[in-house]
Design a protein around this ligand. Structure first.
Ligand SMILES: [Zn+2]
Length: 341
């Protein structure tokens, strides 16, 4: 129980351990869960061979989880709000789903969202029952409320997309896919297979074509003409066409705060235009030397909050993966929660 996800695992240790092979009991049959889960404090002293329900004060335990579902009629945010997800968590979830789904665009009427909430966390946040300090819940009362759902599923047509909560050591919530890989926007570092960096990012350099000192707001990646250039993250094309200097250029608005620019292309991928949505690793064009270029290369820019940053060094959202004990606990929880969604 020293792992970082202990905050959730200790919430229902009996249910989690005892019910794990039969997870459906946890959700749908609250009385049975209550009857089957003996009071941990009473168990050692109780040499009585009577049924576990014998200790008089042991009221049936409340079901550990609440599952809420709502149709997505207008926006994901509205649907999430209707089942009790606060705005901050909705923003986190929007990012979590972002590599798979664009929640502003991909959802249609008939889609729905489901979420599993931790009742113990909700109860501990509610001071309405001051006498409810039973031994089994007193520890949980010391913890701040956790309003984040433990699991969220978006059903989109025939597809389902699930994410599961995991908190890091500081208690910050993150959502992961069921295999323990962080969910959310992901950036590739490089948009193509290149042979070398022909010119680095710099705040001030002598431009070899116009022979003026100016900043180089990106990096030049040399590659043969025609080499495919891929979007480094999901996004929307904000410009595709020809610009002085850049030549044939694609500018993509990626998940905030990022945007990317791909210049000197010989040609664009078919079908792309302003407003097109592109996926990570989707081919958007091909290396060339249009515009101010001295040879075939890709000029690639990464902007963070509209400020150009060195594409080879800037921090980019990457996947992280749970491992070891964290992953074992996480997978057990995923199996339990998936049955509820
Ligand atoms: Zn350049």
């Amino acid at each position: 129980m020293s792992s970082v996800c202990a905050a959730y695992l200790v919430s229902h240790p009996r249910a989690w351990r005892d019910e794990e092979p039969d997870v459906s009991l946890v959700s749908k049959d609250s009385t049975r869960v209550g009857a089957r889960a003996p009071d941990p404090a009473a168990a050692p002293t109780g040499a009585t061979p009577t049924a576990p329900a014998a200790p008089a004060p042991a009221a049936p335990l409340p079901p550990p989880f609440t599952v809420k579902t709502a149709p997505i009629e207008r926006t994901f945010a509205a649907a999430a709000k209707s089942i009790g997800v606060d705005a901050g968590t909705t923003a986190i979830l929007s990012r979590a789903f972002h590599d798979e789904l664009d929640l502003s665009r991909d959802l249609k009427p008939g889609d729905r969202v489901s979420a599993v909430f931790d009742n113990a966390a909700a109860n501990s946040a509610n001071p309405a029952s001051p006498t409810s300090s039973t031994s089994s819940t007193s520890k949980e009362n010391d913890r701040p409320a956790a309003r984040e759902p433990l699991a969220v599923r978006i059903v989109r047509g025939a597809q389902t997309h699930d994410v599961f909560l995991h908190k890091d050591l500081s208690g910050k919530p993150f959502y992961y896919s069921k295999d323990g890989v962080s969910a959310g926007p992901v950036f590739e570092r490089y948009p193509l297979n290149f042979t070398r960096v022909s010119s680095e990012f710099s705040l001030r350099r002598l431009d070899p074509v116009v022979h003026r000192w100016q900043s180089h707001d990106g990096v030049d990646l040399a590659a043969p003409t025609g080499t495919p250039v891929r979007a480094t993250a999901r996004g929307v094309i904000r410009f595709i066409g020809h610009q002085t200097g850049y030549g044939n250029v694609v500018k993509i608005q990626n998940p905030a705060p990022y945007s990317t620019t791909f210049a000197h292309l010989s040609r664009f991928a078919k079908g792309l235009r302003n407003g097109s949505h592109v996926k990570r690793n989707e081919v958007i064009g091909y290396v060339g030397e249009t515009g101010w270029a001295t040879g075939p290369h890709l000029h690639y820019e990464v902007h963070v909050n509209n400020v150009p940053r060195d594409p080879l060094k800037v921090d980019l959202p990457q996947k992280t993966t749970l491992d070891g004990d964290q992953l074992k606990h996480f997978e057990a929880r995923v199996a339990q929660l998936t049955a509820l969604l």
